[in-house]
Design a protein around this ligand. Sequence first.
Ligand SMILES: Nc1ncnc2c1ncn2[C@@H]1O[C@H](COP(=O)(O)OP(=O)(O)O)[C@@H](O)[C@H]1O
Ligand SMILES: [Mg+2]
Length: 313
Amino acid sequence: MSGQSDIFDFLKTEGIEPELTEGVKRFRAEYPVPEEFGDRLRSRERSGGFVYYGREIWNKAIAALLCGKNLLLAGPKATGKNVLSENLCELFGRPGWNISFHVSMDASYLIGADTFNGEKVVFRPGPVTECARCGGFAILDEINMAKNEALAVLHASLDFRRVIEIPGYERIPIHGAARFLATMNYGYAGTRELNEALTSRFAVLSMPVISGENLEKLLFSRFPDLSPKYRGQFTALFMDLEKKAESAEISERAVDLRGLIDALGLIRAGLSAGDALDMCVRDKTFDPFERKLIGDLMESRIPRALDRSRIFS
Ligand SMILES: Nc1ncnc2c1ncn2[C@@H]1O[C@H](COP(=O)(O)OP(=O)(O)O)[C@@H](O)[C@H]1O
Ligand SMILES: [Mg+2]
């Protein structure tokens, strides 16, 4: 089981509390990995080898899950909410259900509904029911995009009752290993506040923007051939953008770690640094004044004409 030892090794090098990793091992012994869910099980390969960097968040997430809590990962975009959720499925050895929330979603989509199978009416379980029955981890992605009415159906599943209530059916108990991991972006149009009843049923992890130290580690793992000098400069550029957004000189739009990583990919593929950063970072804002500011920041760290021969070794 190489996948297992890999993620445990990673947690060790990250300095995660040994008591917590021991707790995870006991959890895995109590709830053996259900092999029949083959393609729902996470592995290093499946998650592209991506790992979440951030010791404190790891410690809190593991502790809460071991105590039977459900987690709400709340924070700005590209703070690793989905990467962490995937990693947690892998660490705990549970099959994962990714459920993307949207405004027109309703309770029957989540829980299931009666359907006619050609002969008779049968109950076809939705993803929450399937996952809860077999002890999976349900990733409720961008949970605040759904209407509160659709979410009310989750209340009994998320609190001490640990059951799914389906009108007209027996109550379905939730497997002891099942957990709900909700993610929530805030700060952009279309996101709603999550109501209090729902929020109070989760332990909330407030996801920080990645630190400079952890960003260097991330860049090193994704681009081992990126020169140390430019690993430092790209990290510094991201921190500059973050600082400018914090002081409201620019919007959050350009503080986009996904964009920064994409730009490095384009440079490695042959674009100049300026073109790649324009496409992946600067031009995500549409305000000319803001673009100019961001362009100047970029240029002060990474000359536009640089290409892969100077940036990668
Ligand atoms: N702390 C972190 N550790 C590892 N990767 C991170 C971290 N923060 C952001 N990322 C990277 O940012 C990108 C977006 O991550 P994702 O989990 O999809 O973010 P979110 O769901 O918060 O919008 C990924 O490439 C991810 O690896
Ligand atoms: Mg996400």
